[in-house]
Structures are given as C-alpha cells and as structure tokens.
Design a protein around this ligand. Sequence first.
Ligand code: HEC
Length: 192
Amino acid sequence: MKLRMSCVVHLSSTVGTAVLLASTSATAPAPAKSAAKPLAAAKASPAKVEANLLQLMRGILYPASNVIFAAQEDLSKQPVPPDASTSPNPLTTTYGGWQAVENAALALSESANLVMMPGRMCSNGKPVPIGRADWIKDVQKLREAGRAAYAAAKKKDTDAIVDVSGTISDACSACHDVYREKKGGVQDRCLP
Ligand code: HEC
C-alpha cells in the first residue's frame, strides 16, 4: 500500500532536483529587450494584491491540497451534509466528489500565478522574492503538481492521486525548506 500524504505543512522535504527542466517562461520575467510592454501591461492591470503570502497559503493552497489528499481515500465516505448547496466541505457540495478534486487541482495551479503577483508581501513585511530563479522554479513545481492532480482527478484515478499527493507535498516543502523554515524565525522568511 502506498504512503498516504496528509498535512504537508509539517512534512520535511525529500525533493529530487532533476525535476522541472520544463519551461518556466509563463512565470519568468520578460527578457530585457521586451521589458517595456509587459511593464505597461502590468501597470494597466486592475489586479490587486489583497493578502500577504501567509494568508494566501492558509486561504487557498492549504485547503486545496487537503481536498486533493482526501481523494487518496474513497470519496463516497465523506459525511453527507444536510444540504449540498450550502456545504462548507468542497467534497460534499453540489460540485463535490471528483469535481471538487478537479477544482482544488485548478486552484493549486492558479495559486502559482498568485504567488508570482508583484507587490505581495510576506507576513514579516518582506517582499515575496518573485525575481529569484529558485523561487520561480519552486512555483513552477507547484503549477506542474496542480496540473498532474487535475489530470488524475479527471480520470478519477485514486492510485494516481496517491502519487500526485507526494508530488504536491514535495513541491510545497521544496520551497518551504528554503523560504519558510528559518533558523532565525519568522523575520527571515522569504529571504534566500
Ligand atoms: C514558492 C514557494 C512556496 C510554495 C511552492 C509553497 N509555499 Fe507555503 N509558504 C511559503 C512561504 C515563504 C511561507 C511563509 C509566508 C509568510 O510568513 O508570509 C509559506 C507559508 C505557508 C503556510 C502558513 C504557515 C504558517 O506559519 O501558518 C501554509 C499553511 C503553507 N505555506 C502551505 C503550503 C502548501 C500546502 C503548499 C503546497 C501546495 C505550499 N505552501 C507551497 C512558500 C511556499
């Protein structure tokens, strides 16, 4: 039987380094020669940062991962809510079951965009290090993990979800090992 992943927040990393040679172009800064246009586009964008990085993690990444991890077990065993249309458990809403797992996977991939938004701060007031190459790579791992989870959810494939849960957990801890778990405490978070 495969190892079930649960609370990734406390897992230590066993991440391989050979992953992720694939394109990071979607998140990488534009090359210098075309810098003017994307900058203008960014200025015109009505997108605004609303949460610090910690709040974003707690509000979107953490609950979305837990929905995916839950799909390592039989989803039909989720407690039946009195009314699916108002259930606070994504797995038992009107869009519950495997559809909720798909949605959580998409939330994870989309969260890769959110953690790259300019202007977001960490809980200690330091800017999220979106210009650093290793940060960008870690974010790409998160995106790929979300995409893999989406593919597994579409196939309703529990074994694939077990594998992908490991991939997600590794993606979270690869970044946490460097940018979150700091000997110096919270004030050193988001520093290399
Ligand atoms: C690219 C880097 C990166 C990735 C990927 C990442 N995190 Fe984080 N995470 C951080 C950093 C940095 C912090 C600390 C943020 C702060 O203090 O503002 C953090 C904080 C958190 C927290 C809050 C911890 C606390 O102190 O309460 C949770 C929960 C969390 N992450 C969950 C996840 C999960 C789940 C994943 C994977 C699906 C994930 N993170 C992926 C960088 C990352």
